[in-house]
Ligand binder design. Structure first.
Ligand code: F6P
Length: 333
């Protein structure tokens, strides 16, 4: 595990340089990608703030329907991220959840970046947290060769980094690169700088917060209903809290910091689950595992799944090891 020089304040840039210095063989490429993503995150965060200030409910404000606002911000986020990631020439392909059509950036680029540019956007109306989710892979084909699906549809275990930028009461950048733990940075808006806020996040082994949308209850299978009944019955002693925001980044963020379990099971409403393996589940599962937690789909490790398509959805549970193991046991039985 890296040791950061003990200082009162550590900027993202200092963190990146210090981390890179520990690996003499590092090319600096990954550092560049993180800088580019952070820059896009600052710009997106600012645009979201401006949008919220121009309160649509104020007649003198911004004339947009909620859907138009969502579309505009999603497009904006997508453009900013693509723009930022194109500059360095080290990215081979970018795939965004919005277009789902891979964009070839540079034939000689070494990396593939998969993005959910702005997730949870229904929450914009109430100023609840929303986020950008990213996943970085090294391409498997030769540099210089034609763009290939092989480079994109890789199992989550092949990620070399993943993370999210959360736009909420503050903008936060949380990311992990294999073996370096999960680190959280908070943006100081006045300085335009991300500062290290929590180093090497470790998710509690067991938690008492459960997060799922119970309005799908009628559509769940018996195993999920049973798990839910156990939670309500055995732990209905005031020692359990249900928390569900309905914004993936925010729900997983809380789970990372406070422990417990986040679930989005399949149901008759979403027979194969709602959340997307490539854009949402893999990057967040990687983070949760790097923080010492567990992430599975029908009791199988998410990161081992061989993706079938970019828009593949799966059922999900992730969080504290003990909570996820308990849930898996019921599903297996
Ligand atoms: O994928 C979009 C999303 O808004 C996620 O951010 C969130 O976890 C999920 O959908 C919420 O879905 P529902 O409103 O059906 O519970």
């Amino acid at each position: 595990m890296r040791k950061i020089v003990k200082k009162e304040l550590v900027t993202l840039e200092e963190f990146i340089i210090e981390t890179q210095n520990q690996f003499p063989e590092a090319t600096g490429d990954l550092s560049q990608l993180l800088r580019d993503l952070a820059l896009a995150g600052k710009i997106i965060g600012q645009e979201i703030n401006r949008t919220i200030i121009r309160d649509p409910k104020n007649p003198a404000g911004f004339k947009e329907t909620p859907q138009e606002r969502i579309d505009r911000l999603e497009n904006f986020a997508s453009k900013q991220l693509t723009f930022a990631l194109r500059r360095s020439g080290i990215v081979n392909q970018i795939v965004t959840e919005e277009s789902e059509k891979p964009l070839q950036v540079d034939k000689n680029g070494q990396y593939v970046v998969i993005l959910d540019p702005l997730d949870g956007t229904f929450n914009i109306e109430i100023n609840a947290s929303i986020g950008t989710i990213f996943s970085i892979y090294r391409r498997v084909t030769e540099r210089g060769s034609e763009p290939s699906e092989k480079d994109i549809l890789q199992p989550g275990l092949q990620q070399i980094a993943s993370g999210y930028i959360m736009y909420g009461s503050s903008v936060m950048l949380v990311f992990s690169t294999e073996g370096l733990g999960v680190n959280l940075f908070t943006l100081d808006e006045s300085l335009g700088e991300f500062f290290l806020a929590i180093e090497n996040i470790k998710i509690p082994k067991n938690g008492n917060i459960f997060s799922l949308n119970t309005s799908y209850y009628q559509g769940w299978n018996e195993a999920v209903k049973k798990y839910y009944a156990i939670l309500r019955g055995e732990q209905g002693d005031g020692n359990i809290s249900y928390r569900y925001i309905g914004s993936l980044v925010a729900d997983v963020h809380r789970t990372l910091l406070e422990g417990g379990i986040f679930l989005f099971p399949a149901s008759t409403y979403y027979p194969k689950g709602k959340l997307k393996l490539m854009y949402q589940c893999n990057p967040l599962a990687f983070l949760v595992e790097q923080a010492g937690g567990r992430a599975s789909s029908s009791a199988k490790r998410i990161l081992n799944m061989k993706p079938e398509a970019l828009d593949q959805t799966i059922s999900v549970m992730m969080g504290s090891v003990q909570n996820v193991l308990d849930a898996e046991k019921i599903i297996r039985d």
